[in-house]
Design a protein around this ligand. Structure first.
Ligand SMILES: Cc1cc2nc3c(=O)[nH]c(=O)nc-3n(C[C@H](O)[C@H](O)[C@H](O)COP(=O)(O)O)c2cc1C
Length: 362
């Protein structure tokens, strides 16, 4: 299943080392204005180039619109966009054939699809597939922003270094802080410590994980579809599709297990504009699967990159022996900084879909 969404439908296509990767997006209303330079800017944020701490794969990721956007607006038919894969080097993956990388998708994928499955560069299990998600997310933002809905994500922690003190500022201000450092965190001192940690693990031939926080404001009260397509279910569904995401929590998340009802409940009050608000937001902006109108807040745990240049124990599926592998090829020592743009895009996709389903978009 390479398809997500009910009314705003995204289908990803391509593979890591095939000719191209991209997305088909259906459900964008005719005449909706599409900001092409913004799609390119979002693709650039996901790109490794210029990032000292990322993979050395050199991709220009130049956006190509195949169909569905005319003169900066949606034609009302399906939109197809892609970027070319320009720097695929399959050599290191040929050496790995039959010896699955611990922590990567190789083993279950070769049992399910056979050892001849295209796992070059990770095949469809590669982080490169998120190019299509980021492009589709930029289009989703073009739909929801005119309705006053804004999305934001940022690095919350890397390797245990936590950026816990997020100032109470506008998304524009937080975004400016985030974009001023190479790990996508808000606080510059913590960001520098995170970058140092990544550099250390890279030198050590290892990798490190972390957490990303996603937020959205301006959601109309009651957004979300009861029962199975709640805001939580839809966000979690999309986020778990992002490779390397292993956990998600909303609002107070796992902490709720330790709280009393008197501590966890978010008391309601009338704010200065006469709108119902809550004193706290342990619910992360969701009650009963529906938005409360308070900020949507969630955090994701991203695992340490599986492909590390250290000897690791594995099996040879063809000779049926034990084996040791050292993963070559170009890999991110930490996926978190590059996944920030993907999480933001994914949030926009879910919200655009839920808004269309609720009849809030034309
Ligand atoms: C933006 C991005 C970049 C990634 N880069 C790498 C990488 O360089 N090396 C690697 O082993 N995994 C990388 N991954 C993660 C793998 O694709 C993922 O761990 C693998 O498909 C197994 O899936 P799972 O971790 O969700 O179980 C990346 C993921 C994302 C989102």
């Amino acid at each position: 299943m390479m398809e997500f969404g009910s009314r705003f439908r995204v289908t990803l296509f391509g593979t890591s080392h095939g000719p191209q990767v991209g997305a088909i997006i259906e459900g964008v209303p005719r005449g909706a204005s599409i900001d092409l330079p913004r799609i390119q800017a979002e693709l650039d944020r996901r790109r490794p180039i210029g990032r000292r701490l990322a993979t050395r794969r050199r991709e220009s990721d130049r956006l190509i619109v195949d169909e569905g956007i005319v003169g900066g607006a949606a034609s009302g038919r399906r939109i197809r966009i892609h970027v070319a894969n320009e720097d695929a080097r399959s050599g290191p993956y040929e050496e790995l054939r039959g010896t699955p990388r611990p922590g990567h998708a190789d083993y279950p994928a070769s049992v399910r699809f056979g050892t001849s499955v295209d796992l070059s560069g990770g095949g469809i299990f590669s982080g490169r597939m998120t190019v299509g998600l980021v492009a589709a997310g930029a289009i989703a933002r073009d739909l929801i922003e005119p309705k006053g809905i804004e999305v934001l994500s940022f690095t919350r922690s890397i390797g245990g270094i936590d950026d816990a003190l997020v100032p109470d500022e506008s998304f524009a201000q937080l975004r400016a802080r985030r974009d001023a450092n190479e790990v996508g965190a808000i606080d510059p001192t913590q960001a520098a410590a995170m970058a140092k940690r990544i550099e250390e693990v890279r030198r050590d031939g290892d990798s490190v994980g972390g957490t990303i926080e996603g937020r959205a404001v301006g959601l109309p009260v009651g957004l979300g579809e009861p029962f199975f397509d709640s805001v939580e279910s839809e966000i979690a569904h999309l986020m778990f599709s992002i490779p390397a995401v292993k956990a998600i929590e909303f609002g107070a998340g796992f902490q709720v297990a330790r709280l009393h009802g008197s501590e966890n409940n978010d008391p309601f009050y009338w704010d200065e504009d006469g709108v119902v608000s809550t004193r706290t937001n342990h619910a992360g902006g969701i009650l009963g699967g529906l938005s409360t109108g308070r900020p949507l807040i969630f955090r994701l745990a991203i695992k340490p990159t599986a492909s590390i240049p250290r000897p690791q124990e594995t099996v040879d599926l063809i000779r049926r022996t034990s084996a040791t592998i050292v993963v070559k090829g170009r890999h991110d020592p930490c996926i978190v900084p590059r996944a920030v743009a993907v999480v933001e895009a994914g949030t926009a996709i879910v919200l655009a879909d839920l808004c269309l389903r609720a009849g809030l978009l034309p």
